[in-house]
Design a protein around this ligand. Structure first.
Ligand code: CIR
Length: 254
């Protein structure tokens, strides 16, 4: 596996926020947590390729949002937040070594955080960041490779993957307040602990999942389902409305 990451911007505190109140962010601590996160990816077998920080782009550590990578192609997104539209350029340059590239064009918008792939099915959040045009373009691009692209409304959260992520096999981890769980009726569904509202965002790598350390009850539910969990403290990145999927683009080396 390859994991593309980007160092935390010194301007992280000026990040976009939608559903999380603004609290002071300790950027040095965020950088240390991000470093530990990258070490976890490496321990789980990823070749971690780190892009340099973008000082003028506060949210640029959240590389997940600017591209979608499948075996056949990488799709550069057009992020829903105008402040984030410059972030893709250097990620595209890094991805070009591994995949052919396609792109979402205006007036389409799409954030990678809204894109959940489970096998050949791709679920896309109909969120404030990803519009119908962006989803339709993704359907055209990935449909050519045999993927189905299904829109799923989200409410009360930033992205689809704030509300649901894949745990591997046929299992998803879900926050039912933010997405209609019926959309995932074909899967075994594990619900997060109701006291841990942001716990649904986990990152599966191989047979393990990476989870923020602050959700012990949901972690226990995942462990009880027979899944190996690695915890990492990302509290400063959570203040920027990020979590564990958003800080990397993880894909197979071909
Ligand atoms: C934003 O609002 O765009 C950033 N502050 C957070 C993006 C987090 N991305 C993600 O979870 N995929």
């Amino acid at each position: 596996m390859i994991a593309i990451t980007r160092e935390v911007s010194p301007s992280l505190a000026a990040c976009e926020l939608s559903f999380v109140p603004r609290n002071p962010i300790d950027v040095e601590r965020a950088q240390a947590q991000h470093c530990a996160y990258q070490q976890v990816l490496a321990q789980l077998g990823c070749d971690v390729q780190v892009l340099p920080a973008q000082p003028t782009m506060p949210d640029s550590v959240f590389v997940e949002d600017v591209a979608i990578v499948v075996d056949e192609i990488a799709v550069m997104t057009r992020p829903g937040a105008p402040s984030r539209r410059g972030e893709g350029e250097t990620v595209a340059a890094a991805l070009r070594a591994h995949r052919g590239l396609s792109a979402i064009e205006a007036p389409g918008t799409l954030d990678g955080g809204d894109v959940l792939r489970i096998g050949r099915r791709i679920f896309v959040g109909e969120s404030a960041r990803s519009n119908a045009e962006g989803i339709a373009q993704l359907r055209t691009i990935l449909g050519a490779f045999g993927y189905t692209v299904e829109g799923v409304p989200t409410h009360g959260c930033l992205h689809l993957k704030s509300a649901v992520t894949a745990l591997g096999g046929n299992t998803v981890l879900l926050q039912k307040e933010w997405v209609d769980s019926a959309a995932f009726a074909d899967f075994r569904r594990i619900e997060i602990d109701p006291d841990e509202e942001h716990a649904a965002n986990v990152l599966r790598i191989g047979a393990s999942v990476v989870m923020p350390a602050c959700f012990p009850r949901t972690r226990q539910r995942v462990i009880d389902a027979g899944i190996d969990v690695v915890s990492v403290d990302v509290s400063e990145l959570q203040k920027a409305e990020g979590a564990v999927t958003c800080c990397s683009l993880v894909f197979r080396r071909l």
